[in-house]
Write a protein that binds this ligand. Structure first.
Ligand code: LLP
Length: 421
């Protein structure tokens, strides 16, 4: 459930008509609902009740500081994958002991930043990374808490570009080699083994792949303990999918997921960490855009909107579906029209939807792309010199711009001209 509903014929974010925000900040823009963010965080937190746990929000999904502050206030930890994300977590007021650091390519600088600023654990993904982290920790006279991310070779049954748990993926250490790698970690003075990490992919719509991966993690926990390692935490990654359409085939709920986690891993006495991103932010955000033209093609109508693939790349990159709805609620009896919905960018990949049924649209009409809160704004760019679009946060009947649209001048001023020109 989210808080983007029609009231009095207008799509609202909580108690604010999106049209009012459009009039104030201009289109296109991203808009997030505080109540939805909080609700989704709590769903996970409650799903793991009864087991010691920490929900570490994967901020790669949406990392605006205001969003992070909302979640930090709920008690969220953070999963970060770069020095920049680490700095965001700290700036949002999250303490180091609630930050986990993931990613296959952590640099010395990033390790130093997190070690000196405080870190709950590094999720180490390779032997060379382990050796480097050991070196950096020893240089600083510190011990780096680590888990090893294992690759369980499980099919997550999701889009190939976001599956991470198969042996052909770059992530983690093959689970078959895990005992050797832990043995190596145990001998390194700069490291302290605290647990195991696994993450098999994103937008999973079934529990079974998770279950298979977690069964393997359970077996490994027992083996590693027998080898003399302290395994007190299990980081189970993120990946639970969200409904992108209003259809009935919704993915399992956090409660189902939590019950499965407790069922498989509940008797190990481990603290459970999870790293959801999409489920917390995805349906907590929309992208609002204005129709620039309705263009008649040879055999179709194009709805040309002012948002483009640089603002929301998911359809172009993953063939992702986003529901697109008018801000003005169509009358019940309205016969829909069929459109290809496209942006202004000069490539055909800048297509959001083909043959989409929508109430008849005119120039100037406003539409919302639903489920755009995760992997929307964070993946945007200024391709075609289109300034990054603003982000707005709603709480109840109030809204605030949480990232302003740069002026054209500001955008240009980021370039510098060498003196020889
Ligand atoms: N933990 C790790 C180690 C991850 O790599 C990811 C996502 C997550 C947690 C969070 O997964 P989530 O709960 O959000 O599924 N840009 C793509 C999604 C990329 C996901 C990358 N890793 C998209 O727009 O679909």
């Amino acid at each position: 459930m989210d808080h983007f509903l029609y009231k009095n014929g207008e799509l609202h974010a909580e108690d604010v008509p999106l049209r009012e925000i459009a009039a104030s900040v201009g289109t296109p823009f991203y808009c997030y609902s505080t109540a939805t963010l909080e609700r989704h965080f709590r769903l996970f937190d409650e799903a793991l009740e009864g087991t010691e746990h920490l929900v570490c929000y994967a901020m790669k999904a949406a990392s605006n500081l205001a969003i992070l502050k909302v979640l930090a206030a709920c008690g969220a930890g953070m999963d970060v994958v770069s020095g920049g994300e680490y700095a965001r977590a700290i700036a949002a007021g999250v303490s180091g002991d609630k930050i986990v650091f993931s990613g296959v390519g952590k640099t010395r600088d990033e390790m130093r930043l997190a070690l000196t600023g405080g870190i709950r654990q590094f999720n180490v993904e390779s032997e060379p990374e382990m050796l480097r982290l050991n070196e950096v920790a020893l240089e600083l006279g510190l011990k780096a808490p680590i888990t090893v991310r294992v690759n369980p070779d499980v099919d997550a049954k999701t889009h190939a570009k976001i599956a991470t748990g198969k042996k052909e993926n770059k992530f983690g250490i093959p689970i078959s080699r895990a005992r050797d790698v832990y043995a190596m970690a145990g001998k390194l003075e700069g490291l302290e083994v605290v647990g195991i990490d696994v993450h098999i992919g994103s937008q999973l719509t079934e529990l079974e792949p998770f279950r298979q991966a977690y069964e393997k993690v359970k077996e490994l926990t027992l083996e590693l303990r027998a080898d003399g390692h302290t395994i007190k935490r299990l980081d189970l990654g993120g990946g639970l999918g969200i409904p992108y359409t209003r259809a009935n085939d919704a993915p399992p709920l956090p409660t189902d997921y939590g019950a499965m986690v407790k069922d498989v891993l509940g008797d190990l006495g481990c603290e459970i960490e999870i790293e959801p991103g999409r489920l917390i932010a995805g349906n907590a955000g929309v992208l609002v855009s204005e129709v620039i033209y309705v263009k008649e093609g040879e055999d179709r109508k194009f709805l040309i909107v002012d948002a483009a693939m640089n603002d929301l790349i998911r359809p172009a990159m993953y063939d992702a579906h986003h529901d697109i709805v008018p801000l003005a609620e169509p009358a019940v009896a309205t016969e829909p029209d069929t459109y290809d919905i496209v942006g202004p960018i000069c490539e055909s990949g800048d297509t959001f939807a083909k043959g989409r049924e929508l109430a008849p649209m005119q120039e100037g009409a406003l539409v919302a792309f639903r489920s755009a809160g995760a992997y929307g704004a964070v993946m945007s760019s200024e391709y075609n010199s289109r300034p990054m679009i603003p982000e707005v946060l709603v709480q109840g009947d109030q809204f605030a711009v949480i990232r302003a649209r740069p002026s054209l001048e500001e955008m240009l001023n980021r370039d510098t001209i060498p003196e020889w020109l």
